[in-house]
Design a protein around this ligand. Structure first.
Ligand code: DC
Length: 227
């Protein structure tokens, strides 16, 4: 079974996806981390963010892998080409460049291929922007998770504070969220959009636990209906 969780940055997708996967015993795939890893690799190696051919080559050829911290069932560690980038892909520098990188059709085609191969391997919660629309349009459960801009910025600041990486300035984070929404929603290939059959969940003023329980209940119902 595939549970697709799409939505803008900071809506709580990562927290929700990882908790749902843990509760249901599913695998979990953070596709944003894959786009971030390509952006990181490009910046590290002096590849221009407008060089679609070179970026596409990186996405096709460099292996992205996920790993576990010992004792943690959810894979939170990220590697590209054997180098761990778990923290390096969460910096403000990557926040600023990842929307540009992820807009290139060559990059998307390569990563979508990998996401499909991975997802076909079992039960998965997959979070991103285009999972319910493009990557797995046949996903049994599709959720489009949103929250107000201010709520998303507030959460991102708290997350950055606890991780000790990324900006903790509310206005800067809010501006970045608005800018990335604009870029992610207006790009030509696979823009951020809710699938027509996705359930819209607004997490503003709602506990993350309630959102997690809601999605788990939908997954259990879908499994019963499917038999
Ligand atoms: O979810 P995130 O903030 O880690 O995603 C990072 C960027 O990657 C985001 O700006 C949009 C892009 N992205 C995408 O285009 N498609 C996806 N399936 C996931 C992320």
């Amino acid at each position: 079974m595939i549970i697709a969780i799409d939505g803008p940055s900071g809506a709580g997708k990562s927290t929700v996806a990882k908790a749902v996967a843990q509760k249901l015993g599913f695998n979990c795939l953070d596709t944003g981390a894959m786009y971030r890893s390509i952006a990181w690799y490009a910046l590290e190696n002096g590849v221009g963010l407008d060089d679609s051919a070179a970026l596409g080559r990186i996405a096709r050829e460099k292996q992205i892998a996920f790993g576990h911290v010992e004792g943690d069932p959810v894979p939170r560690r990220v590697f590209i080409d054997g180098v761990e980038v778990t923290d390096a892909i969460r910096t403000a520098r990557i926040d600023r460049s990842v929307s540009v990188v992820s807009a290139h059709p060559e990059v998307r085609a390569a990563l979508v291929d990998q996401q499909r191969r991975l997802g076909h391997a079992g039960d998965f919660v997959i979070e991103g922007r285009d999972i319910g629309t493009v990557v797995f349009p046949g996903a049994e459960v599709k959720v489009f998770l949103t929250a107000s801009n201010e709520e998303r910025a507030r959460r991102r600041v708290l997350q950055n504070e606890s991780r000790g990486i990324g900006s903790t300035d509310f206005d800067e984070v809010l501006a970045d969220i608005v800018r990335r929404d604009e870029l992610d929603s207006s790009r030509a290939t696979a823009p951020l959009a809710a699938a027509p059959d996705a359930v819209g969940l607004d997490s503003t003023g709602r506990s993350i636990e309630a959102v997690i329980d809601d999605i788990c209940a939908r997954a259990r119902a879908a499994r019963v209906v499917r038999g």
